[in-house]
Write a protein that binds this ligand. Sequence first.
Ligand code: ATP
Ligand code: MG
Length: 640
Amino acid sequence: MLAGLDPEQASAVTAPAGPLCILAGAGTGKTRAITHRIAHRVRSGEVRAGHVLAVTFTARAAAEMRARLGQLGADGVPARTFHSAALRQVRYFAPRLFAGREMPELLDSKARLVGLAATRAGLKTDRAAARDLAGEIEWAKASLVEPDDYAVAAAKALREPPFDAAKVGQVYAHYERIKRAQGVIDFEDMIRAAIWAIEEHEDVAAQIRSQYRHFVVDEYQDVNPMQQRLLDAWLGDRDDVTVVGDASQTIYSFTGASAAYLVGFKRRHPDARVVRLVRDYRSTPQVVGLANAVISRARGDLAKLRLELVGQRKPGPEPTVRVFADEPEEAAAVAARCADLIAAGTPPREIAVLFRVNAQSEVYQEALAEAGVPYVVHDAERFFDRAEIRQAMIALRVATRTAPGQEAALLDVVVQALEGVGWRPDAAPAGGAMRERWEAVAALVTLAEGMPGRSLEEFTEELSRRAALQHVPTVDGVTLSSLHSAKGLEWDAVFLVGLAEGTLPVIHARTPDAVEEERRLLYVGVTRARHTLWLSYAAARSPGGRARRPCRFLPALDPSRPATPAPKGTVAGRVKRVMAVSCRVCGTGLVNGVDRKLGRCSTCPSDLDEELLSRLVDWRARLAGVQKVPPFVIFTDVTL
Ligand code: ATP
Ligand code: MG
């Protein structure tokens, strides 16, 4: 178990029970050390797998952690996000907590109710304003700030609310009231409910505490007051807790996270052991050098906590900065480079394109589609919400009902059922959104292949279990991800795109603290690359658009290096139709949202009806045969 660890990592792995804090920079093996620590304790018989609770911040990071634990012979250790851990606990205790009633339904987007709350508070809001208001409400809830205290707390935290702070407080109060009246709860309420369940119910607390005895929190620099309170509730008066973090990777403080818990851990637990790691095992010295250069210019409180990384790997290629005329040109060049890397043997899943704002994803999806490169839009949390996966699961359930107890060749039964919804094992589209959907369904087939001897019914049950836990299968394709959800992960080749002022730092990062957070985001991005790192920006967003300045954090590199001319993509063969559909519940036009979020309104959680869904699926099936995959397909004349 200690093989493949350096002495500091080994000391963390073998440290006795009790509070432990690992403070270290990116790629130094923090996650490796804690997974080994868990496995070491489980395999030596010191603790039982089911008594451990490992928590991290994204579903993908949790999945990664489970995979690493499995490889170390410690499967069965729950590794979850704070949210999914809370959800499971609240769901389990729901009959006791909600007087025999079911758990209230979970809102998956605040936008609509916040819009309604704003109207009640006398504010006129468009989508962007509603989103900003929702952000303020999220911050307040994560910071344990009640509506009446919002204005004072926001001023203290130097927030820049989109409206007068007193008004925002009113919107927040209305929002809470509307939610209660409609009997729904939001993301933060779920964690609050778990806290309340433990703090107010002795029997629940006793049961949870006897179940979970050893806690491990990865990425602890990004814990918010609400999550810390949940952790405290889990712990009670015990202290067998390991936390790991890097203050230079604090990237969620705008939502209420605070590195203060990491920094103050020793103060809270005076007998805590503290382990520091500095050797970077992930990246080439060139990438490490760039990461150090980016973060060495940091200002503010967290800058003092910066840890210089020392690269351990063999040298690799120099990171490059490229400049392009506009975003489509930048995206085309990135896609072409991805295709080259894949042709030279890099598997698509070892490549990532990372951007600051999700809106940037679209142009890369188009470019990758044009170049015939498979990709996955990284939103692991949503795998089981994808329309094609929901369709596939319905088809599997129907097949289970019509052919119960099917045992022979699960491999075949699943494929047969999926063929019923237009999926063909041998008809992988060349790239783009179609390929992404095909790959997602293919991931289910691969999963079935890994479970020989099970019946279709058992397989379907297993899928439902995974859907509830968000245990996401791996899909092979170039990852398209925001910088935020890339944390903790690594790829052989990383493209950091859109490094222009206004995008990074993002336009609304106005305070010095906000700008520092953007710098840390770039640091997180740079440190995701093992080998190849390509940074780029476009001088203008659209062809002929207004000129932008390069990202201010790039002086460490020479941005005047001439760019390779971008290959011009062809628009021939695109299939494009126009659709006007509006959601029957909230009235939002689905014009652009429907292709990617097929089957679901992009604003409120309403489903499209079954009949429409099957027509759309039919369409997709027909398009699967089209060689040149359309970058986007918009449907016409559909009425809900
Ligand atoms: P981040 O801050 O990005 O979360 P981290 O500190 O958690 O990074 P890990 O993901 O645990 O770092 O490790 C980074 C990479 O280095 C992984 O590929 C891991 O397998 C490898 N690694 C870690 N420690 C060692 C070691 N002692 N020897 C060889 N490789 C190592
Ligand atoms: Mg990590």
